[in-house]
Design a protein around this ligand. Structure first.
Ligand code: BEZ
Ligand code: FE
Length: 302
């Protein structure tokens, strides 16, 4: 058949996908073509608009390098990342909820034990925080020797990966035999997602803000349990409603308490006053719902 028009073209493009061997690939491509064509028809896409779209996607690709991932950012601000998390990570009752990975995770962070000081080598100071808790199974039993990959932005709202230099405010913290972990860091502050690229331009055009509420990131892993990629947000943060990447869940909001007791500060090796977050993570057994593919410690630095 030749001479396709807006009513017959979609069917023909889909028909040509039937030769593809991989059934899942065929399914994905068929749906993508159908939805893309339907979009063009619905808005009666003009050639100028279509070319603007191509220019935008080209700019997104050109902004990417081995440290900057503008496509992940685009997926995040369109809510697609959280949609994929929601579809693939149905939380088992009692388990810590998952949320976006974001573009600033890095493999190869330094390994630490109980009481680790993630402020080591920090180029900027913040409010000193002692974070501690237990990694538990959904039934409340402590899980021995879990590993927590922790990362967060510096006091200026910029991640170490966004600038030249060493890793900062990140580490792989090993919990002890009783599932207990603890580390020193700085209290996270709200920050802007990167807006110096095409995605920033897109956000500005929508009239929305580009802020994320304060949070630390954690990937918690233990043999026999589903790995969870999550955040702990800061209670009272002004951006909890309206996170630019839709990642907030009420169950992930933690209370950071001000501690003025000098004896407690001394016992923990903290300055006085300091801030404390007590936070347990709960993992579902591996045999439960289909888990996310695990991020392995042995993977090369991205
Ligand atoms: C982050 O939390 O690091 C992040 C997540 C999505 C987009 C930008 C940053
Ligand atoms: Fe973040």
């Amino acid at each position: 058949m030749r001479e396709f028009n807006e009513d017959t073209l979609t069917q023909e493009v889909v028909a040509r996908l039937k030769k593809a061997n991989d059934p899942r690939f065929r399914e994905l491509m068929t749906a993508a073509v159908k939805h893309l064509h339907a979009f063009a028809r619905e808005v009666h896409l003009t050639e100028e608009e279509w070319f603007e779209g191509i220019k935008f996607l080209t700019a997104v690709g050109q902004k990417c390098d081995d440290k900057r991932q503008e496509f992940i950012l685009l997926s995040d601000i369109l809510g697609l990342s959280m949609m994929v998390v929601a579809l693939n990570h149905k939380t088992q009752p009692g388990a810590t909820e998952a949320t976006v990975l974001g573009p600033f995770f890095a493999h190869g962070a330094k390994e630490y034990g109980y009481g680790a000081d993630l402020r080591e080598g920090a180029t900027m100071k913040g409010e000193d925080v002692w974070v501690s808790g237990t990694v538990r199974s959904v039934d409340g039993k402590p899980i021995p020797n879990a590993v927590l990959d922790i990362w967060q932005a510096k006091a200026d709202g910029i991640y170490d990966l966004q600038t030249e230099g060493e890793f900062e405010l990140r580490g792989r913290v090993k919990a002890n035999e009783k599932g207990e972990y603890a580390f020193k860091s700085y209290k996270p502050k709200f920050y802007s997602v990167p807006v110096d690229g095409p995605v920033g331009e897109l956000i500005r055009a929508t009239g929305n803000h580009h802020m994320r509420p304060a949070h630390m990131h954690a990937i918690v892993s233990a043999p026999g349990y589903q790995q969870v990629i999550t955040h702990v947000f800061v209670e009272g943060d002004p951006y909890l409603d309206g996170d630019a990447v839709f990642a907030v869940k009420d169950s992930l909001v933690g209370k950071y308490e001000n501690v003025t007791d000098a004896a407690e500060a001394k016992k923990l090796g903290m300055p006085s006053p300091f801030v404390k977050l007590s936070w347990d993570f709960r993992l579902a057994p591996e045999s439960g719902v289909k888990a996310r593919k695990k991020i392995a410690a042995s993977d090369a630095v991205a």
